[in-house]
Write a protein that binds this ligand. Structure first.
Ligand SMILES: *[C@@H]1O[C@H](CO)[C@@H](O)[C@H](O)[C@H]1NC(C)=O
Ligand SMILES: *[C@@H]1O[C@H](CO)[C@@H](O)[C@H](O)[C@H]1NC(C)=O
Ligand SMILES: *[C@@H]1O[C@H](CO)[C@@H](O)[C@H](O)[C@H]1NC(C)=O
Ligand SMILES: *[C@@H]1O[C@H](CO)[C@@H](O)[C@H](O)[C@H]1NC(C)=O
Ligand SMILES: *[C@@H]1O[C@H](CO)[C@@H](O)[C@H](O)[C@H]1NC(C)=O
Ligand SMILES: *[C@@H]1O[C@H](CO)[C@@H](O)[C@H](O)[C@H]1NC(C)=O
Ligand SMILES: *[C@@H]1O[C@H](CO)[C@@H](O)[C@H](O)[C@H]1NC(C)=O
Ligand SMILES: *[C@@H]1O[C@H](CO)[C@@H](O)[C@H](O)[C@H]1NC(C)=O
Ligand SMILES: *[C@@H]1O[C@H](CO)[C@@H](O)[C@H](O)[C@H]1NC(C)=O
Ligand SMILES: *[C@@H]1O[C@H](CO)[C@@H](O)[C@H](O)[C@H]1NC(C)=O
Ligand SMILES: *[C@@H]1O[C@H](CO)[C@@H](O)[C@H](O)[C@H]1NC(C)=O
Ligand SMILES: *[C@@H]1O[C@H](CO)[C@@H](O)[C@H](O)[C@H]1NC(C)=O
Length: 685
């Protein structure tokens, strides 16, 4: 296991480093869950891949108090694994104890949602193999893509080494995806993926068409450990660079300020140390690059004067980045205790080494100074992603129906990894749009998503053999290019929009709707469908008698046990009512009458007490001369009957009526209500 990244003599082509495992101060951050995706108060997202049993799992990391969350809500594929116990150690940062691996699928993607377009982000991915698969692999290689563009090939050759890669990129939409691509040289896996927001003014060369991949980031002259969050609010990792005897370390105890228009916001702790050459007017660094690589490089050098210069002293030097004279070919003088930078605006190729040299001007009395350095290779974002409206629509559709498949990353691009069941077309500007969606036999539930309306160029839409419900939306008729629409064998209902039928009849749309029991084609056929008892009504009319029957059975049992007459119940109720108890409210004390009985009770509905929108109320009395009001409900209001029955069976108050019985007899629905007009009637009963 390699010890410290910063101790390396030169830049490795892999640009990976082992992060020392140190326990540092805890700075717990306020953590919040935003739309299922996690962020803390700083907008940091830190995923511990394969961690936890559920998507909500999180912990505050031992180093720097950064909150790590499970990656489960950012990806819907892959398998979580623990690294081998042989390699797991207590000193290892917890994020390296688990991995997520991707044995199936050519491309598997993490998706960060709710990003801010035009904001820049640092994204860092880490990989520690740790023999998680018990295969003791000596080499695993796979590709990493940032959205649709190639980011880096990850080559893992050591079991216990942390490999990492970092990019600075600009978000173009509110989605950022990071994909692991299987290139046939082992199963891709990942330990950790983090994202840190940067202001858009930072790293000016980064834009939508250019992202930077970190090669090296050094804090020159630093003694001790690397610097990161919270010293660097952007959580960049600044490694100490203490390689050479030809350089002298220098430092200040005063604060190095960041000017207002600072494009890099390098923290004071990094800027307060620096190196100067020993007995030379030249400071040279040579960084090994990928041998024979075609990569192009950018560098950023950070400077600050750390000592107050005397009247007769001066420090002035030329800056060569990758052999090119930079800073508009002018000599550069660092500001005292204020950071400033010289950076490449154009990339330079560096087949073997990337050389940086600072050469003092002839009239400079002091040698060049260097406080910090960053070198990046360029990621040209030349591959154009799919139309963002199409992407948003497909992401919404995927979410609505919880589609698994390989639906990750960009739906159309690169073509080799396009989503199953989609076909796309590419316009002259290289922008892809979806022309066909086939979700046949996809086990889709729910209504037809309105997001299909945003697939402006769709020609074929096959949603057959699913469980789609609801009506057929009219917008389908207004998709300008749609010529094939298959909705057969679903559970759709209602009137087929006439606009669709017209298109189908004149031959501009092939429409299939068969196998949907409840769709109808015109008002007449809809009327016919409606007449048939719908399942919901059957349910209500079955459930109500069953519930009431159960009540009755309970009542009968009670009656049997009490060996008493039915109206004992009422007697008991009244007794407690008179004590003013409210606990009565939920007692069920009613019985079922037949229609014939009602006729008898009301003397053939002879006396009407009242008439309302919900039925007619008749006067009557029971055998034992209890006065009752019989409320007859119109037979159509079976739902109201349930509500009323539930309501009335609960209402017991001396000044109100109480339900003592009901009738469900053929089409006749009625309640028997006891009249409690005054104290008299109570006594009378
Ligand atoms: C990883 O180890 C933890 C206990 O340390 C255990 O609860 C968990 O189930 C393991 N996960 C897997 C995928 O084996
Ligand atoms: C794993 O492989 C390494 C060499 O690649 C070997 O030294 C080690 O003994 C192997 N471990 C096991 C458990 O097979
Ligand atoms: C961006 O800059 C503004 C003002 O300069 C500052 O308030 C804000 O916190 C910065 N945002 C980030 C993400 O650094
Ligand atoms: C990004 O910057 C480069 C160089 O400054 C420029 O050529 C390119 O047009 C920019 N791209 C965008 C999308 O602004
Ligand atoms: C910084 O302070 C420390 C202790 O206070 C002192 O030893 C060191 O010499 C100071 N360094 C400089 C450059 O002033
Ligand atoms: C600058 O002046 C100081 C005295 O003020 C002197 O000691 C020093 O040698 C001078 N340095 C140079 C480079 O002339
Ligand atoms: C860069 O530096 C290395 C080592 O010092 C040297 O071999 C190489 O020639 C230099 N390359 C250029 C382009 O100056
Ligand atoms: C999609 O493209 C494939 C391959 O070109 C083709 O076989 C298939 O028929 C297309 N599907 C639709 C619905 O157009
Ligand atoms: C959609 O896919 C199914 C197989 O899953 C196939 O039978 C059907 O023909 C496809 N539909 C179209 C329009 O290509
Ligand atoms: C369709 O796209 C527009 C604009 O891009 C967006 O505002 C709207 O929410 C989208 N509709 C659906 C249903 O996705
Ligand atoms: C078919 O009808 C639609 C809707 O009325 C119309 O837009 C389309 O042009 C017609 N196509 C043909 C081939 O007549
Ligand atoms: C309505 O549709 C039915 C069959 O779906 C058809 O028999 C009937 O003729 C249609 N009526 C009208 C008025 O189009």
């Amino acid at each position: 296991m390699q010890k410290l990244a910063g101790r390396r003599r030169c830049f490795s082509s892999r640009n990976m480093a082992v992060i020392p495992c140190s326990i540092l101060l805890l700075f717990p951050l306020l953590a919040v869950q935003v739309g299922g995706q996690f962020t803390d108060g700083l907008g940091f997202i830190s995923l511990d891949c394969g961690y936890g049993h559920d998507a909500q799992a999180y912990y505050v990391g031992p180093s720097f108090g950064i909150t790590y969350v499970s990656d489960a809500s950012y990806i819907d594929s892959g398998e979580p694994h623990n690294i081998s116990v042989v390699y797991a150690s207590v000193t290892m940062p917890p994020r390296f104890l688990t991995v997520r691996s991707f044995p199936s699928g050519a491309r598997n993607c993490y998706t960060f949602k709710s990003m801010t377009p035009r904001l820049k982000y640092i994204i860092r991915a880490s990989f520690l193999y740790g023999d998680y698969d018990s295969k003791n692999s000596s080499s695993v290689q796979f590709d990493l893509h940032l959205g649709v563009n190639f980011w880096k090939t990850i080559t893992v050759t050591s079991i216990l080494k942390v490999y990492y890669t970092e990019t600075i990129m600009e978000a173009t939409t509110h989605l950022i995806s990071v994909c692991l691509v299987n290139t046939g040289r082992g199963t891709p896996f990942i330990s950790s993926l983090v994202l840190r927001p940067l202001n858009r003014t930072l790293y000016p060369v980064v834009n939508a068409s250019l992202s930077l991949i970190l090669s090296s980031r050094f804090d020159m002259g630093r003694i001790g450990d690397y610097v990161r969050f919270p010293s660097d609010p952007h959580d960049r990792i600044w490694n100490p660079f203490d390689q050479t005897t030809s350089l002298t370390k220098t430092s200040t105890n005063l604060t190095v300020e960041n000017p207002v228009d600072d494009h890099f916001e390098v923290p004071h702790v990094v800027m307060k140390t620096a190196v100067v050459p020993v007995n030379s007017n030249k400071l040279e660094l040579s960084l090994a690059t990928k041998p024979g690589g075609l990569d192009e490089y950018y560098a950023v050098l950070h400077f600050s004067e750390l000592k107050p210069l005397l009247q007769n002293e001066s420090r002035q030097f030329f800056v060569y980045l990758g052999g090119t004279l930079s800073n508009d070919a002018k000599p550069f003088t660092p500001d005292y205790l204020s950071s400033s930078a010289v950076y490449s605006t154009n990339p330079t190729s560096a087949p073997t080494h990337y050389n940086i040299s600072l050469v003092a001007t002839s009239d400079s009395t002091l040698p060049p100074i260097l406080n910090a350095a960053e070198v990046f290779s360029a990621m040209q974002n030349t591959i154009v992603p799919s139309d963002s409206r199409n992407v948003d629509a497909m992401v919404a559709i995927k979410g609505t129906y919880a589609v698994k498949r390989n639906w990750m990353g960009d739906p159309c691009v690169p073509k080799a990894y396009a989503w199953d069941g989609l076909n796309c077309t590419v316009d002259a500007a290289g922008v892809s749009r979806i022309t066909a969606v086939n979700l046949s036999h996809g086990a889709l539930n729910g209504e037809i998503s309105t997001s299909f309306a945003n697939l402006s160029e769709i020609q074929y839409l096959d949603l057959s053999y699913n469980k789609l419900t609801g009506s057929i939306p009219a917008f389908l008729a207004y998709l300008p290019s749609l010529k094939y629409l298959d909705l057969a064998n679903n559970e759709l209902s209602g009137l087929v929009p006439s606009s669709l039928l017209t298109k189908s009849q004149n031959g501009s749309l092939a429409l299939r709707i068969e196998g949907n029991r409840n769709v109808c084609f015109n008002a007449t056929s809809c009327e016919a469908k409606r007449k048939k008892p719908a399942p919901t009504i059957i349910v209500i009319s079955c459930v109500v008698p069953v519930v009431l029957l159960l009540m009755l059975v309970v009542l009968c049992i009670l009656r049997k046990q009490q060996g008493n007459h039915f109206f004992v119940h009422i007697q008991r109720s009244r007794g407690r009512h008179m004590r003013g108890s409210k606990e009565y409210a939920f007692q069920i004390d009613n019985r079922r009458f037949t229609y014939t009985e009602l006729k008898k009770i009301t003397k053939n509905f002879g006396r009407v007490l009242g008439k309302g929108g919900f039925g007619t109320v008749y006067y009557g009395h029971l055998d034992n001369s209890i006065k009752v009001a019989v409320k007859m409900l119109p037979h159509t209001s079976s739902e109201e009957f349930v509500t009323e029955a539930q309501h009335l069976s609960r209402v017991h108050h001396r000044n109100l009526v109480s339900m003592i019985g009901y009738c469900i007899d053929g089409e006749h629905l009625a309640f028997g209500l006891r009249v409690h007009v005054s104290g008299n009637s109570q006594r009378a009963s």
